[in-house]
Write a protein that binds this ligand. Structure first.
Ligand SMILES: [Zn+2]
Length: 362
């Protein structure tokens, strides 16, 4: 949303008087000319800029004036385009990653954006210290070709912990009052946790972790699958990963931390019921680290019940929790866009995960 309210009045005077702001001032250069009094809404800065530029326009020759007008229009168009695409809010590598993912379009299974985000993840993981694996299969129920990715640090270690996030987005904005059949952009729900996990993969080294413990960053496909109603919801990527856990693990991982929706400017986490039942120790550890990092974000005192990829991992016998900020009014709407996000919230989550890995590896 971007509104500029420009108002003007025309003041003509045969003498050298004109209006400026609240007072009357003399402007010799503007003698015998009419003066437009511009105001830009109630914004004093923009009004001051207009006032600073305006008198000099009278002194310009026609060619220069035309050049000035063309350049101004181009600059304004650029700002409006950037505002429309959301990229103007980018102010750090994590926000840049969200902007990159959003530039692919919606990323639900079968969409072009889904293909592009897969390539983006695999390309990003190439420049990390991790051993990267692809788990590809065709879903029997739907025929969808799905892919999970694992970035494994200390791949030889038997004792392992998992940090996971889904990279797909919801094909329909179910909670959107006006466009419920449109796809969700997924800045928070899809791109945010993917951005944090990719950045974690880039910054961590196997040598940073105790050699007896392995870390697996798992990028899950098709969390947003339902056969038309939420009651049919069953995430495909984590379901397949959980049912085939032996493919990558000689013994069950010690814990799994699922991260989802972590970019909201007003970051606010609450503890989750199934997570507490399954992985009380992990929840305590995460909250202890979180409260030290950002007390406000971890001050939520509600016990919530949220369905996410952690449910599938729990069913495979892995103590699992979800860290999710569902106190986000844009969830499952077309307004889940980058302007709701902040680099600060993403950095908080990234730092939390780094400290969690360090604490887990002791
Ligand atoms: Zn999600």
């Amino acid at each position: 949303m971007f509104n500029i309210d420009i108002r003007y009045n025309l003041y003509c005077s045969p003498k050298k008087y004109s209006w400026r702001g609240a007072g009357v001032v003399e402007l010799d250069a503007l003698e015998k000319r009419c003066l437009l009094r511009w105001t830009v809404g109630s914004n004093p800065t923009l009004s001051a800029i207009v006032w600073a530029i305006y008198p000099s326009l009278f002194k310009m020759k026609l060619k220069k004036l035309l050049f000035f007008v063309v350049v101004s229009i181009l600059a304004l168009s650029l700002v409006l385009i950037k505002l429309a695409t959301g990229t103007i809010y980018v102010d750090g590598p994590l926000m840049q990653s969200i902007a990159d993912q959003l530039s692919f379009g919606p990323r639900y299974v079968g969409s072009n954006g889904h293909q592009k985000v897969r390539q983006y993840i695999q390309k990003s993981l190439k420049s990390t210290d991790a051993a990267v694996f692809k788990q590809a299969w065709v879903d029997e129920e739907t025929g969808m070709a799905l892919e999970n990715y694992l970035a494994r640090f200390n791949p030889e270690a038997r004792r392992r912990i998992i940090i996971a996030a889904h990279y797909d987005t919801d094909p329909t904005a179910k909670k959107d009052k006006h466009r419920s059949s449109a796809p969700v952009p997924g800045a928070s729900d899809g791109a945010s946790a993917t951005a944090v996990l990719l950045q974690l993969a880039k910054t961590i080294k196997s040598a940073d972790i105790d050699k007896d413990i392995g870390l697996d960053l798992v990028f899950l496909d098709a969390e947003n699958y339902d056969a038309g109603s939420f009651s049919d919801w069953h995430p495909k990527g984590s379901g397949y990963f959980a049912r085939n856990i032996g493919e990558f693990y000689a013994q069950l991982p010690e814990s799994a931390l699922v991260v989802d929706m972590v970019c909201d400017k007003n970051l606010n986490f609450n503890q989750e019921k199934a997570s507490l039942q399954s992985a009380n120790g992990t929840v305590s550890k995460v909250w202890q680290i979180g409260r030290a990092l950002d007390p406000k974000a971890f001050s939520g005192d509600q016990l919530v019940e949220i369905k996410d990829d952690h449910n599938q991992l729990i069913s495979a016998g892995i103590p699992s929790m979800v860290l999710i900020d569902l106190d986000y009014p844009y969830h499952d709407t077309t307004a889940d866009s980058i302007d709701k996000c902040s680099e600060k919230s993403l950095v908080t989550t990234l730092e939390l995960l780094k400290r969690y890995v360090q604490a887990s590896a002791k």
